[in-house]
Ligand binder design. Structure first.
Ligand code: MSP
Length: 504
């Protein structure tokens, strides 16, 4: 069983921000969840280093493009480390294996007559690196980002994308999972249903790119180059077998603004290359910051490094995926982040762990006791646990992370209520045999919720796992163990630091 999940390749023209961290964290959660489910996972991320945008940024910094991007990449890798991103490979579009394979594809397409020379007349949006015709412009601006466009008339090579329109229609018709969430499907379909234009895939006026193998006076259009990474990177070390096994991708996670590139251009390019389309392209929404669009000019760009100076990486990961339904737009504020930390992580989950471990210490000599007689409350808690696990797996499979988390918190709330209802401190006073039952059920609730949380908060889950007395790491457990009642009586607990501190 294999699973291939990717993030977009981020442009190396400026440091990464909150939005880039978001896609990458989501992909990491998917990768960790699928590993837990026993899949052989390939999790790919990397950088998109060619094109006019990067070249301009390098010139502005007084550097050669390659020198410029070489300096940015370690910073990006450092950020992924801090955010506990468990990628299997980091691809750079300047990597030799990538450039060679892209040239191989270009040559193949040229030889089979899918690439021809012509003149491009239209408009170019630099921030989006996209071409537009007069008709497509919105009030003379880029229809995607609303910014100004530059007139462009130049000799170029075109990719006969129009030839693949029928195949694309068939893809959309046969695979209803291809574009997710469902509500984005028709907007993409509308883009090519009536007409699909050939795509300009080279530029003679630019130096910073992959030279066309059949005409070295042109470099490859940055999107044609970058999209192919998803396939070339699978053979980064020349292992064609991995490439054959893992392609097609199971899911490309992308922001909504680049959905069209992934759901129209990319499958058309793959069809031309004789390869199947990815199974799913999932588009998520955009973050604003305190109600405002993030932008350099507003000076409100959220640098994840700054957040991580003040907040725990796991708390940040949790917040981003809990706060907003994946697919929808959302708003970031430190206030909202603090609320999530205080309410969900500290008061509910963290407190359940802490109070349970304190009671096991006090009443059971730091060992999870065997359960004693069980009643209605225990049956209800067990049923809630089973419901939570089933709900979680359905929601995780559908990329509805906020629902999966919501489900866990419903269960954690049940467990906290169970403490209050069963009053273990009174059972202890009265030497009641049900005390062991309560402690065992609480430890079991924690084992389960910690396991399910591991893809989201890997470091804290490992810490909780250790405090509960279990060996190994929560983040390395198998989903098959997410079953009520598998705990081991006699396990020695070791309460440590409070998992999440309340923030004033
Ligand atoms: N280089 C292209 C992608 C090529 S993929 C073969 C690109 N790069 S990017 O650096 O602009 O990053 C795009 C990604 O950043 C989007 O997919 C989106 O995930 C993320 N975001 C950028 N700003 C964002 C927000 N404000 N909110 C959420 N995510 C956004 O496009």
């Amino acid at each position: 069983m294999k699973f291939f999940v990717s993030t977009p390749l981020y442009y190396t023209n400026a440091p990464l921000h909150l939005g880039h961290a978001y896609t990458t964290i989501a992909a990491d959660v998917v990768a960790r969840y699928k590993r837990m489910r026993g899949y052989d996972v390939f999790f790919l991320t990397g950088t998109d280093e060619h094109g006019l945008k990067v070249e301009k940024a390098a010139v502005a910094d007084g550097k050669k493009p390659k020198e410029f991007v070489d300096e940015l990449v370690p910073e990006i890798k450092e950020l992924w480390k801090k955010l506990e991103i468990s990628y299997d490979h980091f691809v750079r579009t300047t990597d030799g294996y990538h450039e060679r394979q892209v040239q191989g594809v270009l040559q193949k397409l040229y030889d089979q007559g899918d690439i021809y020379k012509g003149t491009y007349e239209g408009w170019y949006c630099l921030p989006c690196e996209s071409f537009w015709t007069d008709l497509q412009l919105a009030d003379g601006k880029c229809p995607d980002c609303g910014r100004g466009v530059q007139k462009s008339k130049e000799e170029t090579y075109f990719f006969k994308m129009s030839k693949y329109r029928d195949k694309l229609l068939k893809l959309f018709d046969e695979n209803k999972q291809f574009v997710q969430p469902e509500y984005r499907r028709s907007e993409v379909l509308n883009f090519f249903r009536d007409e699909l234009k050939d795509l300009s895939i080279s530029r003679a006026t630019l130096k910073w790119g992959i030279p066309l193998p059949f005409d070295s006076s042109h470099v490859t259009y940055v999107w044609f180059d970058a999209l192919f990474n998803y396939w070339t990177a699978l053979a980064y070390d020349g292992d064609k077998k991995r490439q054959a096994t893992f392609w097609p991708a199971d899911v490309h996670l992308v922001g909504k603004e680049i959905l069209r590139f992934h759901a129209v251009y990319w499958p058309a390019m793959l069809f031309a290359a004789g390869l199947p389309a990815p199974k799913t392209v999932y588009a998520h929404g955009w973050w604003t910051v305190e109600g405002q669009k993030m932008s350099k000019s507003r000076g409100n760009v959220v640098d994840p490094h700054d957040i991580l100076d003040n907040y725990d990486a796991d708390a940040f990961r949790y917040f981003l995926l809990r706060e907003v339904p994946f697919g929808m737009d959302g708003d970031f504020s430190e206030k909202a982040l603090i609320q999530r930390i205080n309410n969900d992580l500290a008061s509910e989950y963290g407190n359940l762990l802490n109070r349970t471990l304190v009671m096991i210490e006090r009443y059971s000599n730091k060992a999870i006791p065997p359960a004693g007689p069980k009643g209605e409350n225990e049956a209800a808690l067990a049923a809630a646990a089973e419901k939570c696990v089933a709900f979680y797996s359905a929601k995780m499979d559908a990329y509805e992370f906020h629902h999966a988390l919501e489900g866990i918190w419903e269960f954690v709330k049940e467990a906290n209520k169970y403490v209050n209802d069963s009053e273990p401190w009174n059972l202890a006073k009265n030497n009641d045999a049900r005390l062991n039952t309560v402690l065992a059920c609480l430890a079991e609730s924690l084992r389960l919720s910690t396991l399910l949380l591991a893809p989201f908060i890997p470091v804290k889950a490992d810490e909780a796992w250790k405090q509960l007395g279990y060996s190994g790491k929560a983040s390395e457990q198998k989903f098959a163990d997410a079953k009520w009642g598998l705990f081991k009586p006699g396990t020695k607990t070791s309460r440590g630091n409070v998992l999440f501190e309340q923030i004033k």
